[in-house]
Ligand binder design. Structure first.
Ligand SMILES: [Zn+2]
Length: 358
């Protein structure tokens, strides 16, 4: 069970997080400075031994915190995404700064070039940060007000038929808060999820998980959405065949988000998603999208690191195959083992570089 993490409040730019790249470079000249920052992030109210609750410690030569009462040791990085890393903490911090402060994030290829590390190391590091982009307990903080919900189709190496049931593509369902008639400025928060099919069970489970009961939920006329009124929502059903307006006019907000997501995936990540990784890209997109109006990008760096020390570690094997704890790798299922699609593409030097801003 994930711990519900409440973001720290009363943060001050220049005191709790660097405001600019210049400040970032001043604050974090080496691993030692990064270690101290993590120490403060992990125990903002002071160290507390996880074994006995004692708040006093001494530091070993290997920078382990030894409890003065029970003598058990704790590492600052244990139980975080930084656990067992072979990369210097400074590299992690620099990557975190780049990922958080770039409005659209950046690709593993760009990250490897910026930091001078291998593509595989950059890809793994990015995947670990992506796992940290969903705040534990976020699901309890559901969308509210007027919400548009629709599905879109992503990926597929060959053209499939359009609409529900499209072949070679993954279905992504989107919910977005909106104020009708205000175009992009009226978009609120969004949630996205990969779903295996468009059955009523999948569509309505998503709505129940992401939308506050009592909200006005706009959908198209798909029968899978019938019945959400009984679940406590005010259902605004737009049957397109009986409407003179196309879908992007009837439900503009959700179509803007779908379009932005696809452009971002294609532009920042060259569409490079293995089927098992699409959900982590959704998480990164939502992280950036829901904070798109944040005035201080340094605060996003703080939030990312704050989440990074709250999310349990994952090994390369788990990251390669899935972020889902219950998923089993092909190797464990007796299937042939292959590299992630983006790593294979990199090996063939086929990854194009594009920069499509939004
Ligand atoms: Zn202790």
């Amino acid at each position: 069970m994930a711990t519900v993490v409440a973001p720290a409040a009363d943060l001050q730019a220049g005191r709790d997080y660097p405001r600019t790249l210049t400040e970032f470079l001043e604050w974090f000249p080496d691993d030692h400075a990064c270690w101290h920052y993590l120490l403060r992030l992990r125990w903002p109210d002071g160290f507390s031994c996880r074994h006995c609750g004692n708040d006093d410690y001494w530091l070993s030569r290997r920078r382990l915190l030894i409890c003065t009462k029970c003598r058990k040791s704790t590492s600052v990085t244990a139980g975080t995404i930084f656990q067992d890393t072979h990369l210097p903490l400074l590299t992690w911090f620099q990557a975190g700064w780049l990922i958080a402060t770039q409005k659209n994030g950046l690709s593993a290829l760009a990250l490897s070039r910026q930091l001078g590390i291998s593509y595989k190391a950059a890809w793994t590091l990015e995947q670990k940060f992506r796992r940290a982009m969903v705040r534990p307990g976020r699901d309890a903080d559901r969308l509210s007000g007027e919400i548009e919900v629709d599905e879109t189709y992503v990926g597929g190496s060959r053209p499939g038929k359009r609409g529900r049931g499209a072949e070679n593509k993954q279905i992504v369902i989107i919910a977005v808060e909106c104020r009708k008639g205000d175009e992009e400025r009226g978009l609120g928060r969004t949630r996205l999820r990969v779903i295996p099919d468009c059955t009523a069970h999948q569509l309505q489970s998503f709505i129940c998980d992401t939308c506050e009961p009592g909200s006005i939920v706009s959908t198209d006329g798909h029968s899978g959405y019938l019945g959400i009124s009984e679940l406590g929502y005010l259902h605004d059903r737009n049957v397109l065949s009986s409407s003179p307006d196309p879908a992007h006019v009837t439900m503009p907000a959700v179509h803007i988000v779908a379009s932005l997501f696809k452009r971002w995936l294609l532009g920042t990540h060259q569409g490079g998603h293995g089927s098992q990784h699409l959900e982590t890209y959704l998480d990164e997109f939502v992280f950036h999208f829901n904070r798109r109006n944040s005035r201080n990008r340094g605060l996003l760096f703080y939030r990312l690191l704050e989440l990074a020390v709250s999310v349990p570690p994952a090994g390369y094997e788990q990251i390669v195959w899935s972020r889902r704890p219950h998923a089993t790798s092909p190797r464990l299922r007796g299937l042939p083992r292959t590299s992630p699609a983006s790593l294979r593409r990199q090996a063939r030097h086929e990854e194009p570089e594009k920069d499509i801003p939004f």
